[in-house]
Ligand binder design. Structure first.
Ligand code: NZQ
Ligand code: ZN
Length: 392
């Protein structure tokens, strides 16, 4: 295991109806003039937004609103939010929604206390400070409720890029599993895929002797395999929703990833798909991640056999570990298919002819070196081609 600091200061407020307490937590973390940020309407339709406003008012907190965050959130709304914060003297940002809403809020929080262009923080600069952010989560997926990361797309050039720093870790996050019961099956499955991908990005490592984090990773993966079909078959199943919601946080606040080298190439490869086609991030990952696995598994066959045997119940074939490893990958892809995820370009409505465009876009960003396997642009092209033609 390698040395690490683990910093996860967010207060998690977990349970049914806990969103009615959000005003109390805004005050606790210094907010008096709030910007509420939300998306395309699900929080309005469910009545959640009214509950949030009532709680703020009851606690003497005034607020402005910024609505209309779209999935794969874009920079235009971030600029709008920064202007509101500066004009109105906003001192706290409350995100009510999923990863897209939370990431928009985090980007606004950085930009509101910065004289330059907020995009600097998505081009390599690290933010030292930000307005405090709180969240009321409505979908278990991105893990942004407990992470120090944000992902925004710059409309000019359609560049989807990430930013990370401790200043944007939420001060508190309300996690009410009942709020996720209104999610359509497809969004539930997209979220589940993202959660599993966050674990796999950490699981495939070159660091040795990491039994504790290996086992934590496997626990989250097995939880998702058990609970996702239950939540899809019975959307109102609170217990399944609760396990998935906490799994989404655990998968990405890095408790399962400390002390080990991590990969993240599948995420970078996927981000170009969701930037180009505006597909859901989880759906893009369902296509990319098994393809990445097929491309790299020979780098450490026994690690893939560990996944296959411990997570997917494959019987170890010591005479032919390749077969065991490949069976694990096959079962992962079959699981994704079983929960309604696309598994190839056609099902994602992506076009193999766009691969040069995807590669051109990815080459403009920070090409990751290291990770589990260092990838060249040619390697990434091959992963896109494997993803394009994948079958069960
Ligand atoms: O806009 P509304 O109407 O709210 O609809 C949303 C949206 O259409 C809907 N939804 C959310 N909660 C709902 C609901 N519909 C019914 N009932 C509810 N309770 O779901 C759709 C997707 O929402 P979105 O916020 O986009 O989903 P997600 O949480 O998956 O976020 C995806 C974004 O997060 C980024 C992704 O790249 C993508 O841009 N990521 C952020 C990370 C981070 N900050 O740490 C890490 C991730 O790897 C990821 O890259
Ligand atoms: Zn993700």
């Amino acid at each position: 295991m390698t040395d690490f600091n683990f910093y996860s200061p967010t207060e998690f407020v977990f349970g049914k109806d806990r969103e009615t307490e959000c005003g109390k937590y805004v005050v606790k973390y210094g907010g008096s003039k709030v910007l509420i940020v939300y998306g395309g309407g699900s929080a309005v339709r469910s009545g959640l937004l009214d509950k949030v406003k009532t709680s703020l008012t009851e606690n003497g907190v005034t607020f402005d609103e910024l609505s209309g965050v779209k999935p794969n959130p874009r920079d235009d709304l971030v600029y709008k939010g920064i202007d509101i914060c500066k004009d109105k003297g906003i001192d706290f940002i409350l995100a009510v929604g999923g990863g897209s809403v939370i990431d928009t809020s985090k980007a606004i929080a950085m930009g509101a206390v910065y004289d330059g262009d907020f995009w600097d923080f998505f081009s390599g600069k690290t933010a030292e400070k930000a307005l405090p952010v709180g969240t009321v989560l409505t979908i278990a997926a991105a893990g942004s409720e407990g992470s120090g990361d944000a992902v925004i797309t710059k409309i000019d050039g359609m560049l989807k890029r990430g930013s990370g720093c401790d200043a944007i870790r939420p001060r508190f996050s309300v996690l009410d599993p009942a709020l996720t019961q209104t999610l359509p099956a497809y969004q539930t499955a997209c979220g589940a895929t993202d959660i599993m991908a966050h674990v796999f990005e950490r699981y495939f490592t070159n660091t040795k002797e990491v039994e504790i984090t290996d086992r934590l990773c496997e626990a989250v993966l097995m939880t998702m395999i058990k609970e996702t079909p239950r939540a899809i078959a019975d959307p109102d199943n609170y217990d399944a929703r609760a396990n998935i919601m906490w799994a989404g946080m655990v998968a990405h606040n890095n408790i399962v990833g400390v002390g080990r080298e991590q990969d993240w190439n599948s995420h970078n490869i996927e981000h170009e798909l969701s930037a180009l086609y505006d597909c859901a991030h989880g759906a893009g990952l369902a296509v990319v991640m098994p393809a990445w696995m097929e491309f790299v598994y020979k780098h450490d066959v026994m690690r893939f056999c560990q996944m296959a045997t411990r997570v997917f119940g494959v019987k170890m074939d010591f005479a032919d570990p390749d077969t065991t490893a490949r069976e694990g990958i096959r079962r992962f892809r079959a699981f994704l298919h079983s929960i309604g995820m696309p598994i190839n370009f056609a099902e994602l409505r992506a076009d193999v002819k766009d691969i040069p465009v995807l590669l051109d876009q990815i080459s403009k960003g920070a090409m990751r070196n290291g990770g589990f396997v260092t990838l060249s642009l040619d390697d990434i092209g091959e992963i896109y081609r494997i993803a394009a033609r994948a079958e069960l």
